[in-house]
Design a protein around this ligand. Structure first.
Ligand code: CAA
Length: 258
């Protein structure tokens, strides 16, 4: 499939998607988000892919939703047409892990897109922020909801109310990103992490993702019960037998994803 706003590559078992609107710092418009959703779904349905990465350029992961496209929208446009973010939640329906590899600006919708991924690896050049308030709007793709869950209410309020940017070191201290790496090593490190994941048992990878995400949607007791049911089900898989047998025989496991 030919895309106009993203680049798609396969590295071993990893699907790499690069946001590619350099002239607008990867500002996210409907077309780009449609293409991103299609590419993710295509990798999700591909048996040879075990993990995905979304990345941007050295200067910008994404500088937010496309302000030029939004500037003249009316309330009825955005309410009735569900403009701007209508296709964003597709990303959450992907069942294999998605890593955001962020260098440069991840602002507004760019920060929200990174937070929709399963974890964020940041270059030391990364800058995160929710500056929508400066435009006379508020975050519209989960910024006020996912950011406090990731970094605490205090820091989320600070970022969304003052519109200031947070650098990679602060984002790591706050828990928004899982690791910070040198900018020139970002793709190598993200690909290495994705390859490790892609070589695990795919059903186990999917269960980990499903179970951790459940933690954000339920009580602790219900979440633990959900995890226990999934844990029990792992004993019905060939990969559990292989993983434990490989440990006992002191060899590497060869998972069959079954
Ligand atoms: N939408 C559309 N175009 C954008 C853009 C955006 N979000 N961000 C940058 N651009 C464009 C600029 O207009 C500029 O285009 P031209 O060269 O044609 O003028 C080009 O990208 C380069 O940008 P700058 O010249 O501004 O680059 P800079 O290095 O001086 O500044 C920046 C970089 C600080 C990221 C600055 O571009 C900026 O503040 N961008 C807007 C960030 C923002 O407010 N994001 C939130 C958007 S709203 C949103 O996302 C809503 C939501 O929750 C879904």
């Amino acid at each position: 499939m030919q895309y106009e706003n993203i680049l798609v590559e396969i590295h071993g078992k990893v699907g790499l998607i690069t946001l590619n609107r350099p002239a607008a710092l990867n500002a996210l418009n409907d077309k780009l988000m449609d293409e991103l959703g299609l590419a993710l779904q295509s990798f999700d349905g591909d048996d040879d892919i075990g993990c995905m990465i979304i990345t941007g350029s050295e200067k910008a992961f994404a500088a937010g939703a496309d302000i030029g496209a939004m500037a003249t929208y009316t309330y009825m446009d955005v309410y009735k047409g569900d403009y701007i973010t209508r296709n964003w939640e597709q990303i959450r329906s992907v069942r294999k892990p998605v890593i955001a590899a962020v260098a440069g600006y991840a602002l507004g919708g760019g920060c929200e897109l990174a937070m929709m991924c399963d974890f964020i690896i940041a270059a030391d050049t990364a800058k995160f922020g929710q500056p929508e308030i400066k435009l006379g709007i508020i975050p519209g793709a989960g910024g006020t909801q996912r950011l406090p869950r990731a970094v605490s209410k205090a820091k989320a309020m600070d970022l969304c109310l003052t519109a200031r940017m947070m650098d990679a070191a602060e984002a790591e201290r706050a828990g928004l990103v899982s690791r910070v790496v040198a900018a020139d090593k970002l793709h190598e490190e993200a690909l290495a992490a994705a390859t490790v994941i892609a070589n695990m048992s795919l059903p186990m990878v999917m269960m980990v993702k499903e179970s951790i995400n459940r933690a954000y949607e339920t009580t602790l007791a219900e979440g633990v019960q959900f995890e226990r049911r999934l844990f029990h089900s792992t004993f019905a898989t060939a990969d559990q037998k292989e993983g434990m047998q490989a440990f006992i025989e002191k060899r590497a496991a060869h998972f069959k994803n079954s």
